[in-house]
Each structure stands twice: as C-alpha cells, then as structure tokens.
Design a protein around this ligand. Structure first.
Ligand code: NAP
Length: 478
C-alpha cells in the first residue's frame, strides 16, 4: 500500500475527532516494522461521549423503519464491495496477512452487510394460543439498546462487520472498540458507514488506552445493554465477570482448539485440500484453524507426504506482493509465541517434517509440519494461531473421538472420511461448528459460535440478529 491516507481519529456522534487528551499510539506494518499511522487514543471522557452519542441516537434509530435500516446496510455492502481492494490493502498493511486472505476477508465482510440488510426486514414474531385457552400469547422482539462491540486483530474487518451489521439491522446503536493492532481497518469501515449516511451517533469508534478501565466504565453505564466480544477466552472471562455486575447481555466469540480428524477410508484429495484450508487460511491466525490434526494410521504416511507437498507451495513474504500466499504474523510477540510452541513440541517428542523457525525473520514464520505430536502435549492443547500443522497419529476411531472432545474449547471441528462415517462422527463432536469433508465453514448465512469455553451466542445466520434483540411477550385476553 502507498502511504495510508484514511482516518486515524475517533468517530463520535458523526464526526472524526482526536482524543480529549491528545494522546496517540503507533500502528505498525508487521511485514516491515514501519510506522503506518499514529492513531488517536481515547480517554475515559471520549468513551463516555461515545456512549452519550449512541444513547441519544438509540430512540430514533430503533424507531427507524426496518426497510430504511436495511437500505443503509445495503449501501454499505455496495460501497464495501466497490472498495474491497482498498479495504484489503489496509488489512494487509496493519495485520500482515497475505493478499489472497485479505481480499477474501474484505468480500466476506461486505457479505455480512448484505445478509443483515436482508434480515433487517425479517425480524420474527409469533402468535400462539395458551394450552388452557385463557389467553393469547404474542411474542415480539425489541432492539436491545446501546451495544459495545469489541473485536480482535486477526479478522479486523470481518469481526467488525459481523457485529455492526446485525446490531444496526436490529435497531441498536453501537460503540466499536477494535484491537489496538488494527484500528485502521475499523476506521475505514466506519468511514464507509459514514459515506452510506449512517445517522450521527448510530456508529461510534473508540480506541481507549488503557483499555481495561475504559471498557469497565462503559459496562458500568446503565445505557449500555449489550456487550458483543470476540477475542481470547481469558479476556472474555474477565468481561463476563464485569458484565455480571449490571447483568449486561453478552455474546462471546472466544478461543478455539479445533480438532481435525481424518477417518479410515477418507478421500485424501479431499482431506488434504480441506486440511490446507482449515489450517492455513489467514496464515493459521484463525479461531477456527485446525489446531490438532488426528490422522488414522492407515493414511498417516501418505497424508504427511501430500500435505508437505502442498505446504511447500506456500510463498512466504509481505502481503503487499500479491502473489505471496503466506504473510506475516501480526506482531513479533505473536510470531515468537508460535516459534516457542514449536520448540516446546520438539522438546516434548515431536519431529519437524517441514519448516520451523530458521527460515523466517521479523514477524514471518514459515509453513511448518510436525509429526509425532502427542495428544495432551503443549502444542496440542494451546491455540497455535500460526502456520503450524501438528499431526497426531491414531489407531482407533473411538480414541480419536475421545481425543477430539478432550478440550475445554468447542468452537469448530473438521472430519474427513466416507460421508456416512464422517456425518455420524460429526454428530458426536462437542463443537459449535463442524466441517464435514470441508475445510472452510464460515458463511454469513450460518450461525457461527462455540460451545464450552469457546463462547456464548451465535453470529451470522438467522441467529445473529437475535443477539441484539430482546424478546417481549404480550399476554392478551383470549
Ligand atoms: P484479545 O487479547 O482477547 O483482544 C481482543 C479485544 O479485546 C481487543 O480489542 C483488545 O483490545 C480487547 N481487550 C484486551 N484486554 C481487554 C480488557 N481487559 N478489557 C476489555 N477489552 C480488552 O484477543 P486477540 O489476541 O486480539 O485475538 C485473538 C483471540 O481471539 C484468539 O483467542 C482467537 O481464538 C479469538 N477469536 C475468536 C473468534 C471467534 O469468533 N470465536 C474470532 C476471532 C478471534 P487491545 O487490542 O486494545 O488490547
């Protein structure tokens, strides 16, 4: 990307402005280490102003006809689609991912605005009679209120779109808090909403420093009725505790530790293609990334050989060179975490088949395959968040099921095998989402979310809008 020229300020009540105390923080390009921009840091009073603006805008936005809300979202879809290359370039610049991942994310993000433009006019209601015949039951849905949206750096556009679009469709006003590593993508999306003529106060953007006290104070504000968070399970737990104080409604999209199981008799063409997708999409920095790959002994050697061929084809380098297929990790810290996990895995008995730290520099880490990984070892039980395939060989399918379910997480899982076997196996997995002979599961039309400590609630699908609505029941005379 040539020099970044988009907004670098907070967006409050329909206007871009610097933080109240003038502080700024650096946004770096992880591929080069160079400064991309200095972004405004929000002070506590800026966050309060954002909640004021969202609170003031809520009555009229929630009363705006669904068709008008829908048309605004549709305009954002069209603008974002037209600007997909610009959006992708910003994602590449501040997140470091490869161009093919970034352009897919930009288009995927736009699709959330299209999907929820369509959902805005289909908010469900229901009528039923009571079993005793003494009343009529009418079920309606109302906009929940001011919503605080907190997003991570790994899909800086898609995670913001997956929250803003359903919130606005449901008639909620929002305060968006993007990750510190990737505020430029969020600012560009807000700019598109602004261009699409979102009314003042309906969407606000803050980047508080320090984050903890600012989020606490927003959660303590009686006008904030919803927290939608995507990020680590550790921070999610803290925010659940904070939300409990005022019983704020929460949606939590947290960490994963996805198992990928290759059953006996699997078609290896399908299994290899699916594994490459499930492991390497977004350079492995995905909550849905296959983290634990269990391969049946009968296929193990051929699987390893063929996966190695496919991994060798990845070209590591900056996303600004569009032909590169594996970009940088978001920061030196994330890159070092991946390197350390691989070293620990080797110390615990795994063997490096391909890659490892030596070939990389800066925030880059090469496509890596480990074999002989033990179930329950450190790398097997930690979210890797990088381009490392950690392979466990197994003999017995029932053991594979036990191992797959042996995790505190349950976001996504993958199974490859003869279709009947794979579907039967999938039904027994403790996972919010399962790819059956497929390595990509995300779709704006599907409910995204996890079980166990991977989260609460669902985003996308018909379910996504319900997270921003309260159910009201009217009891009417029979
Ligand atoms: P993170 O450290 O939890 O940060 C996520 C967001 O929370 C950032 O905006 C961060 O702000 C903010 N935050 C951090 N500490 C906070 C606090 N004390 N109070 C309030 N907000 C706070 O996660 P991450 O490293 O950015 O993202 C990676 C994680 O997200 C992985 O675990 C991944 O699995 C998960 N994830 C889950 C999904 C899903 O849908 N389930 C999707 C994508 C990612 P600052 O950046 O300013 O610190």
């Amino acid at each position: 990307m040539t020099a970044y020229e988009g907004p670098t300020d907070l967006f409050i009540n329909g206007a871009w402005r610097a933080g109240a105390d003038g502080r700024r923080f650096p946004v770096l390009d992880p591929a080069t280490g160079k400064l991309l921009a200095s972004f405004a840091a929000a002070a506590l009073e800026d966050c309060e102003a954002a909640v004021d603006a969202a609170g003031d805008a809520f009555p009229s936005w929630s009363a705006t006809p669904p068709r008008e809300r829908s048309e605004l979202l549709r305009r954002v879809f069209e603008l974002m689609t037209a600007e997909a290359e610009t959006l992708a370039a910003i994602i590449v610049a501040e997140n470091g991912k490869a161009w093919p991942d970034a352009i897919v994310e930009a288009k995927y993000s736009a699709e959330f605005f299209r999907w929820f433009a369509e959902e805005a006019v289909r908010i469900p209601g229901e009528y039923r009679g009571s079993p005793s015949g003494d009343k009529r039951i009418v079920v309606t849905h109302q906009s929940i209120g001011v919503s605080l949206l907190i997003t991570p750096w790994n899909f800086p556009a898609a995670m913001a779109a997956r929250k803003i679009a359903p919130a606005l469709a449901a008639g909620c006003t929002v305060v968006l808090k993007p990750a510190s590593e990737t505020p430029l993508t969020a600012a560009f999306i807000v700019e598109l909403l602004n261009r699409a003529r979102v009314p003042a106060g309906v969407v606000n953007l803050v980047t508080p420093k320090p984050v903890g006290p600012a989020v606490e104070s927003m959660l303590a504000d009686a006008r904030v009725r919803k927290l939608s968070f995507t990020g680590s399970t550790e921070v999610g737990r803290q925010l659940l505790a904070s939300s409990a104080r005022r019983v704020v409604s929460t949606s939590m999209e947290l960490g994963g530790n996805a198992p990928l199981v290759v059953l006996p008799g699997a078609d290896l063409d399908v299994a290899i293609a699916g594994t490459v997708d499930a492991k390497m999409r977004n350079g492995g920095s995905a909550c849905t990334a296959a983290n634990r790959i269990y391969v049946h002994a009968s296929l193990h050697e051929e699987f390893l050989a063929r996966l190695t061929d496919r991994f060798l084809a990845f070209t590591l380098g900056p996303g600004s060179t569009r032909s590169n297929t594996l970009g940088a990790l978001v920061s030196q810290r994330e890159r070092d975490k991946v390197a350390e996990l691989v070293e620990t895995a080797v110390g615990e008995g795994a063997t490096i088949v391909l890659g490892g730290a030596d070939e990389s520099s800066g925030c880059f880490y090469p496509a890596t395959i480990l074999k002989g990984v033990a179930h329950g070892s450190t790398i097997n039980s930690t979210e890797i968040f990088g381009p490392v395939a950690a392979i466990v060989r197994y003999d017995d399918v029932e053991d594979a099921l036990l191992m797959a379910n042996d995790s505190e997480f349950g976001l996504s899982a993958y199974v490859f095998g003869p279709e009947g076997d794979a579907v039967r196996f999938a039904f027994r997995l403790q996972s919010g989402m399962v790819g059956v002979n497929r390595g990509v599961i995300s779709d704006p039309a599907a409910p995204f979310g996890g079980v166990k400590q991977s989260g609460l609630g669902r985003e996308g699908g018909f379910e996504g809008i319900l997270e921003f609505l309260e159910t009201q029941y009217l009891s009417l005379p029979a």
